[in-house]
Design a protein around this ligand. Structure first.
Ligand code: GLV
Ligand code: MN
Ligand code: MN
Length: 412
């Protein structure tokens, strides 16, 4: 039994078209009409395979193939299909389309699994629209995602309105929670998004653990004033102070972190945002990631100290507000071992590597036995329209997923 790479490639292309624009950009924001269109395509393919489909209270699209024994817990696969702004064509989608190809290979061989098999297309993994992701997996795991219908997205649209495309409401999302015992395991296929596999010419990665990610909103407050008549010495420029801090972020992170420690300022806005007014406030996001909680806490402390010193120098004040916390998440040993057995039997080369990017598996592993299969991202490029993964690697990844599912299905 093997995955059909020609179908996988044509489906990746069809999903890509839901979000590809004439100017060369590619964006499929969660809850957007492009996202809804992609989900319709996915549902149609699942129907052709005789699979049932439903959307849960958190908007997760779940397609299901029944097994011989309906009393057994389900084997879950899947990933996400929403993208970052101008994102790539593989991030997330490979795991969804690849999981469907596993079901298709089974259906075509007339193989009926022992366990029910489900493919989940998770809701709003990327989270750039509302500033926090992993919505669907958090709800499935019973973690309150702390959302409300009133909160605005980056364009000022209320979440309640935005989520109408899925027909879901904030107050109900936790109804998507699943019982631990209803799931045998969860396996996510994904592109690496870093360069380890590509640099070493390795086709398959088995993920050891996923980096934790802590996010903060920082606001520096100075004084808005006239850009012509305020002398340089009389200014309390919020943006100049913020820029001084942002410039320090790489230095502090490198000094106190390790090879895996990263910190990023990814969004920034100033008020009143006028060419002839000295910025009165500057608000920006800060994100810290590492494989160790202690290191993340140390970096937070050192960055806050640096922010305090710089704000003092410029006579401005600041607030440093945590917005989300996720601890580093090790993958499940027995599911990893099944993936390793599958890779060895297929004769593919592999490496065990950590993930710097987060995934729905970061949340899922807290409740369900979870592991991830990586395929190489050429030059480690991702969250970028130039993201590329070779067909032959996608094919290998799907075959590893298939063989792993067959192995975990034998466990009754
Ligand atoms: C998700 O792709 C993330 O790691 O930001
Ligand atoms: Mn992803
Ligand atoms: Mn992503």
């Amino acid at each position: 039994m093997k995955a059909d790479i020609s179908k996988i490639v044509s489906r990746l292309e069809e999903i890509y078209q839901c979000g590809a624009k004439e100017d060369g950009t590619h964006t499929r924001m969660a809850f957007s009409k492009e996202d809804v269109k992609a989900r319709e395509l996915f549902t149609g393919w699942a129907e052709q395979l005789g699979m049932s489909h439903r959307m849960d209270a958190a908007g997760n699209l779940i397609v299901r193939m029944e097994g011989k024994n309906p009393g057994l817990p389900a084997i879950l696969m899947g990933s996400h299909m929403d993208t970052v702004p101008d994102g790539g064509r593989y991030d997330g989608v490979v795991g969804c389309v690849g999981a469907l190809s596993v079901c298709e290979a089974m259906a075509e061989e007339g193989y009926v699994p022992n366990h029910p098999i489900e493919v989940i297309v998770f809701t709003d993994e990327e989270g750039f629209r509302f500033g926090k992701g992993l919505l669907g997996s958090s709800a499935i795991c019973g973690q309150d995602p702390d959302i409300s219908d009133d909160e605005p997205d980056i364009y000022g649209e209320a979440r309640g309105r935005v989520m109408e495309t899925y027909g879901i409401r904030s107050e109900n999302v936790l109804e998507a929670k699943r019982d631990k015992d209803s799931v045998h395991c969860f396996i996510e296929l994904h592109v690496e998004q870093g360069a380890t596999l590509d640099k070493s010419g390795t086709s398959i990665g088995i993920v050891s653990s996923i980096a934790g990610v802590n996010r903060y909103e920082v606001t520096v407050t100075g004084e808005a004033n006239h850009a012509g008549s305020t002398t340089m010495e009389d200014r309390r420029d919020a943006l100049v102070a913020a820029a001084g801090f942002i410039n320090k972020v790489p230095e502090v992170t490198t000094e106190y972190g390790n090879h895996f420690t990263v910190a990023t300022v990814g969004t920034i806005k100033v008020t009143p945002h006028s060419v002839n007014v000295i910025p009165g406030t500057c608000t920006f996001s800060l994100e810290i990631r590492d494989q160790s909680n202690e290191v993340m806490k140390l970096i937070e402390q050192k960055l806050q100290e640096s922010l305090g010193d710089i704000c003092k120098k410029y006579d401005v004040s600041y607030t440093f507000v945590p917005t989300s916390f996720h601890e580093p998440a090790p993958m499940c040993d027995w599911v990893k071992a099944k993936i390793e057995e599958a890779v060895k039997e297929l004769g593919y080369d592999y490496k065990v590597i950590p993930s710097g990017a987060f995934h729905d598996s970061l949340i899922m592993t807290g409740v369900f036995p979870t592991a991830m299969i990586f395929v190489p991202s050429v030059n480690g490029i991702s969250h970028n329209r130039n993201e590329f993964t070779r067909e032959e690697d996608i094919e290998k990844g799907c075959n590893v997923l298939l063989e792993t599912v067959l192995k975990v299905d034998e466990m009754i």
